[in-house]
Design a protein around this ligand. Structure first.
Ligand SMILES: [Zn+2]
Length: 83
């Protein structure tokens, strides 16, 4: 009985992924990813978190091509279609 209570308490603690590692939205694609698995990438002089190295590579490429402003403008447009 005692052991059962303890194990269900432990299960309650370890089955709360959001408390242990909150999910964040990828800066590029919006995919939810656990914060500790996110890939940090510097984009437009700011450290952004993305979901994978693919998204990180895209941001690096955009920056290398000098398309940062165009990218940010497009992103803003997609996030706020009414604006
Ligand atoms: Zn992504």
């Amino acid at each position: 009985m005692m052991l059962r209570t303890l194990s269900s308490m432990l299960a309650a603690i370890f089955n709360r992924p959001d408390a242990a590692s909150p999910k964040i939205a990828c800066f590029h694609c919006g995919e939810l990813v656990r914060q500790k698995r996110a890939v940090p990438v510097v984009f437009d002089g700011v450290c952004r978190d993305v979901c994978c190295h693919g998204c990180a590579a895209i941001l690096s490429t955009v920056e290398q091509l000098g398309q940062t402003e165009a990218y940010l403008a497009r992103k803003q447009q997609l996030e706020r279609p009414d604006a």
